[in-house]
Design a protein around this ligand. Structure first.
Ligand code: MD6
Ligand code: FE
Length: 222
């Protein structure tokens, strides 16, 4: 037996839909903990983390944004529904990470090179939070979305592009997992049905709760 037998297997992506990929354990614990440190900087930043209001109801998930501020149905540079401050810039390291995510899930070189995400939504879930089935369609660009999860695992429901009902696939997004949504899956309905409390691994940087970061290309300029 070599030492390699003791190393975790490099996870194979699973493909729950066309141009969609799930890579369990894509980030190391050290990378996860480093990103959690960045998350705390973002929430201390000019725009505090907040629950967005959708049709008059507060979401159970709290969100802080980078690059562009998302509020239901629009992106702006200033967080006009929070405190009016301009959001933090989109970090260069996240552009590189997004390109690596596309490369490692089989996207063609031209798509990898063209990928320049300019907004990230960092969501914080407590054990009771969830996200209803939705499409991500506030972006003008249909470039892929790259999703990173840290902390407690969740049940992620990945559906179809037509409507929010079956057929869908329920999968577990655990700490360090990568999920990429592009091409024919870019407008698939999806949601988070539940968070699995007390499942965050030691060393990931968060004891309880779940952080999900989605980077996107808005297709906006200015
Ligand atoms: C979440 N994610 O995982 C919520 N959207 O907490 C999303 O809504 C999402 O993970 C588009 C692509 C990937 C995602
Ligand atoms: Fe989404």
């Amino acid at each position: 037996m070599t030492l390699f037998a003791l190393e975790p297997e490099p996870a194979e992506p699973s493909r729950p839909g066309p141009d969609a990929a799930h890579v369990p354990g894509w980030l190391t614990l050290e990378q996860q903990a480093w990103i959690v440190d960045r998350f705390h900087e973002w929430t201390a930043g000019p725009v505090p983390i907040r629950a967005a209001r959708v049709r008059g109801h507060e979401m159970s998930v709290k969100t802080v944004c980078l690059g562009w501020h998302w509020q239901p149905y629009t992106y702006t540079r200033e967080a006009t529904d929070v405190n009016g401050a301009r959001v933090l810039p989109f970090p260069e390291w996240m552009v590189r990470l997004g390109r690596r995510a596309l490369r490692e899930t089989g996207y063609a070189d031209a798509q990898v090179d063209a990928y320049t995400p300019d907004t990230a939504l960092a969501n914080l879930y407590d054990e009771h939070a969830h996200m209803g089935m939705h499409q991500d369609k506030d972006e003008r660009s249909l470039a892929p979305i790259v999703s990173l999860s840290i902390g407690d695992s969740c049940t992620f429901r990945f559906g179809n592009t037509g409507h929010r009902n079956r057929p869908y696939t329920d999968l577990i997004l655990g700490s360090g997992d990568l999920f990429v949504f592009g091409g024919a899956s870019r407008l698939a309905y999806h949601g988070v049905t539940r968070v699995h409390a007390l499942t965050a691994p030691d060393g990931c940087g968060i004891d309880t709760g779940r952080i999900n970061i989605t980077m996107r290309m808005t297709g906006l300029d200015g």
